[in-house]
Design a protein around this ligand. Structure first.
Ligand SMILES: NC(=O)c1ccc[n+]([C@@H]2O[C@H](COP(=O)([O-])OP(=O)(O)OC[C@H]3O[C@@H](n4cnc5c(N)ncnc54)[C@H](OP(=O)(O)O)[C@@H]3O)[C@@H](O)[C@H]2O)c1
Length: 252
C-alpha cells in the first residue's frame, strides 16, 4: 500500500535521515524546511537511490502559520493525501531564565511549540477528514524534567508538545470509525547540526543513522511513546523524572 509521509525540518539532522530511511522502505515523501537548496539536494540523493518513489519538497518556515496550512494542503494535493505527518522542525536556542536571553527563548518556544501546534492542527484536520492517519511529534528526553540553564525553555517546549500529543490522543478515545494514531518520540542525544558543538553530550551521543533507525522503528510500530535509543534513554529518562532534584541536577 502506498504510504505518503510529510516531514518538517527535513533539511538536516534527524529529519533528513528519517527521509532517507523511510525512502529506503519505499514510502513517498513530502519534505519541508527553510533551506530549499538542502531539500533539493536531498531529493536528488534519495531519488538516485530509490527512483520508484515520489519526493516533493517545499520551502517552509514553520513560524509562518498560514504557510504551514498552505504547505500541508499542497502536499495533500501533490501526493494524493498524507498517511503520516512528522512534526520534527525545531531549534535549541536559549539562555538561563533571568539573564536577558528572552528573545532566544521566545524563538525556541514559538518554533518548537506554537509552530508545532500549527503542524498538528493541519495534520489532524486532514486525518479527521479521511478518518485515518498517523501523527508523530518529536519531543526530547529533556521533556522528562524541568531543565536548568540554556535548556530551560527548550525542555519546556518539548514537554509542551508531548502533552499536546497526549491531548490529541485523549480526543480519540471512544471515537469509533477513526484509524488515527499519535506517537511521541523522545530522542536522547543523536548527532545532528543542533548538538554538534555541545561537548558534554558526546559520551552518550549516537551517530545520526543509528539514532534515527531507533526512531523509525518506534514510528513504524505506531507506539504512543518511545524514548530512543531505548538504551540508555528509557531508564535514564525515568531516573531524570523521579530522582530528587539535587541528583537530577548532577546528571544533566
Ligand atoms: N539531535 C538530538 O539529539 C535531539 C534530541 C532530542 C530532540 N531532538 C529534536 O529533533 C528535531 C530535529 O532536530 P535535529 O537534532 O535534527 O537538529 P537540526 O539538524 O538542527 O535540524 C533541525 C531542523 O529543523 C528545521 N527548522 C528549524 N527552524 C525552523 C523553522 N523556523 N521553520 C522550518 N524548519 C525549521 C531546520 O531546517 P531549516 O533551518 O532549513 O529551516 C532543520 O531541518 C528537533 O525538534 C529537536 O528538538 C533532537
Amino acid at each position: 500500500m502506498r504510504t505518503n509521509i510529510l516531514i518538517t525540518g527535513a533539511s538536516s539532522g534527524l529529519g533528513a535521515e528519517m527521509a532517507r530511511q523511510f525512502a529506503a522502505k519505499g514510502h513517498h515523501l513530502a519534505l519541508t524546511a527553510r533551506r530549499l537548496e538542502r531539500l533539493e539536494a536531498l531529493r536528488e540523493e534519495i531519488l538516485a537511490a530509490h527512483p520508484d518513489i515520489e519526493v516533493v519538497v517545499y520551502q517552509l518556515d514553520v513560524n509562518d502559520h498560514d504557510q504551514v496550512f498552505a504547505t500541508v494542503t499542497q502536499a495533500i494535493g501533490d501526493l494524493g493525501g498524507l498517511d503520516r505527518v512528522i512534526v520534527n522542525a525545531g531549534l535549541g536556542k536559549g539562555g538561563r531564565i533571568g539573564t536577558g536571553k528572552f528573545h532566544a527563548n521566545k524563538e525556541t518556544a514559538e518554533t518548537n511549540f506554537i509552530a508545532a501546534m500549527a503542524q498538528c492542527e493541519a495534520a489532524m484536520e486532514h486525518f479527521y477528514e479521511r478518518k485515518a492517519g498517523h501523527l508523530v511529534v518529536i519531543s526530547s528526553v529533556s521533556a522528562m524534567r524541568g531543565m536548568p540553564s540554556s535548556m530551560a525553555a527548550y525542555a519546556a517546549t518539548k514537554a509542551g508538545i508531548a502533552h499536546l500529543a497526549e491531548g490529541i490522543r485523549m480526543d480519540l478515545v471512544g471515537r469509533s470509525g477513526l484509524d488515527i494514531t499519535v506517537t511521541t518520540i523522545y530522542p536522547g542525544y543523536i548527532a545532528s547540526e543542533m548538538n554538534e558543538k555541545v561537548e558534554q553530550e558526546q559520551k552518550l551521543m549516537v551517530d545520526t543513522e543509528t539514532g534515527v533507525r531507533a526512531m523509525v522503528k518506534a514510528i513504524d510500530k505506531e507506539v504512543d511513546n518511545a524514548a530512543v535509543p531505548a538504551w540508555p534513554w528509557l531508564p535514564l529518562g525515568q531516573v531524570l523524572k523521579h530522582a530528587p532534584r539535587g541528583i537530577a541536577r548532577k546528571l544533566i
